[in-house]
Design a protein around this ligand. Structure first.
Ligand code: NAD
Length: 334
C-alpha cells in the first residue's frame, strides 16, 4: 500500500523531501498545505496534485474529509510543530513531523498523547535511523565488535547565514543551534551508545550576542552520563562549517562517521577498516520505511516514533537547564 502524503510548509527541506519521494516505492506526494498561495500551482504541476488536495493553514482541518490523504508531513518552523500536529491528529491523519518535534517536553508530550488518542501514528523525521552506515555500526555494536561501550563524541554544527531567518528567531526556533543541529548529537548519542543517559552537564559560549539573541544559543558543549559508566562529550554550534562527526569507542575498538548526519554520502570506519556502505538518498529510504511502519506495523531497528522524539526533547530541556544553572541535571528517560 502506498503512503499518500500531504506536505505542510513548502520550504527548502520540503523541496528536498518531495524530490526524494519521486524515487520512493511506497510513498507519494499527493497534497500540499501552504500559507503562500503563489507556490501552489508549481507544486501541483510538479506532482500532479488536484485542487481538492491543496490546503492553507486556516482550512487544513478539512483534510479530515479527504480520503485520498493518509498522512501529513510537517516541515515548518519548530515552534509550529506542536499546534499543527494536534490539528492533523484531530483530523484523523497520521503525522510525520520534522525534528525537533517540539520546542519543549511539555509540547512533545501533548503531541504524543494527541496522536495516541486519535489512533494515528506519530513519526519523527529522523532520516539517519534508516541510514546504512549508521545501521551497520549499530549492528556491529550489538554483536559486541567494539566490546563494552565506554565513550561517544558527537559534534554537530554549521555556520548560519542570514540573520533574519526564522532559525535565529527564538519564538519560531525555540532555541538556537542545539534545537536545530545539536539535536543530531543528542539523538546520535542515544542510538550509537545504545543506552539512555541519566545525567547531563552543559556550558554555553556566545561570541556574537547581536546575531544570537537571548534564547538563541550559538555554541553549547554538553556531556551525558550513563548508568553503565559510558560518558558522551558533544558540541553543538552555529559558528563552524563542516562540523559533523560521531566517534564511538569501546573496550575493543572504535567506530567513526564523518560526515555522520549530513545528506550523504556518510563516510564511516571502524578499527577493522573502512565501511563506507552504499549511499541511498536518505529521505527516499525514510519515506519507504515509514510507509512500512504505518501500514505493515514494521518495527524499525532504531525507533522513530513520537516517544523516541520526546526523549530527545527532554534531553534538550535538561541541557538548557544545565546551561542556566551550571549544575548537573538528572534525567529519567526509561
Ligand atoms: P525553511 O525556512 O526553508 O522552510 C520553512 C517553511 O515554513 C517555508 O515554506 C515557510 O514559508 C513556512 N512557514 C510558515 N510559517 C512561517 C513563519 N511564521 N516563518 C517562517 N516560515 C514559515 O525551513 P526548512 O529548512 O525547510 O526547515 C523546516 C523544518 O524542517 C524545521 O523544523 C527543520 O528543523 C526541519 N529540517 C529537517 C532536516 C532534516 O534533515 N531532517 C533538514 C532541514 C530542516
Amino acid at each position: 500500500k502506498t503512503l499518500r502524503v500531504a506536505l505542510m510548509g513548502l520550504g527548502s527541506y520540503a523541496n528536498r523531501v518531495a524530490d526524494a519521494m519521486k524515487d520512493s516505492k511506497r510513498a507519494k506526494v499527493v497534497g500540499v498545505i501552504s500559507g503562500t498561495p503563489s507556490k501552489i500551482p508549481e507544486w501541483q504541476k510538479r506532482f500532479d496534485i488536484p485542487d481538492k488536495n491543496c490546503y492553507n493553514y486556516e482550512n487544513f482541518d478539512a483534510i479530515k474529509d479527504n480520503k485520498d490523504i493518509d498522512a501529513v508531513y510537517i516541515i515548518t518552523p519548530n515552534a509550529q510543530h506542536h499546534n499543527q500536529c494536534l490539528r492533523v491528529a484531530a483530523a484523523g491523519k497520521h503525522v510525520i513531523c520534522e525534528k525537533p518535534m517540539a520546542i519543549n517536553a511539555k509540547e512533545g508530550r501533548e503531541m504524543v498523547e494527541a496522536c495516541e488518542k486519535a489512533g494515528v501514528k506519530l513519526l519523527i523525521g529522523y532520516r539517519m535511523h534508516f541510514e546504512a552506515n549508521t545501521l551497520e555500526i549499530v549492528k556491529m555494536r550489538n554483536a559486541g565488535e567494539f566490546g563494552d561501550i565506554k565513550f561517544f563524541q558527537g559534534l554537530s554544527g554549521f555556520k548560519i547565514g542570514d540573520p533574519n531567518q526564522w532559525r535565529l528567531d527564538p519564538k519560531l526556533a525555540g532555541g538556537g543551534a542545539l534545537m536545530d543541529i545539536g539535536i543530531y548529537a543528542v539523538n546520535g548519542t542515544r542510538y550509537m551508545v545504545g543506552e539512555e543517559p541519566i545525567w547531563v552537564t552543559a556550558q554555553e559560549t556566545k561570541t556574537d550576542a547581536s546575531k544570537f539573541r537571548e534564547g538563541v544559543d550559538e555554541t553549547i558543549t554538553f556531556q551525558l552520563g550513563f548508568e553503565s559508566g559510558v560518558v558522551a562529550s558533544c558540541l553543538s554550534t552555529y559558528n563552524m562549517n563542516n562540523l559533523d562527526k560521531f566517534f564511538l569507542n569501546g573496550s575493543k575498538g572504535f567506530a567513526e562517521m564523518q560526515p555522520s548526519t549530513g545528506y550523504g554520502p556518510i563516510r564511516s570506519a571502524t578499527h577493522k577498516g573502512r565501511l563506507d556502505m552504499p549511499h541511498t538518498t536518505h529521505q527516499t529510504t525514510q519515506m519507504d520505511e515509514m510507509a512500512k511502519i504505518i501500514f505493515d506495523n514494521k518495527v524499525p531497528i532504531i525507533p522513530v516514533d513520537g516517544k523516541e522524539g520526546l526523549k530527545d526533547i527532554i534531553i534538550l530541556d535538561a541541557i538548557y537547564e544545565a546551561v542556566r544553572t551550571g549544575s548537573k541535571v538528572d534525567l529519567n528517560l526509561t
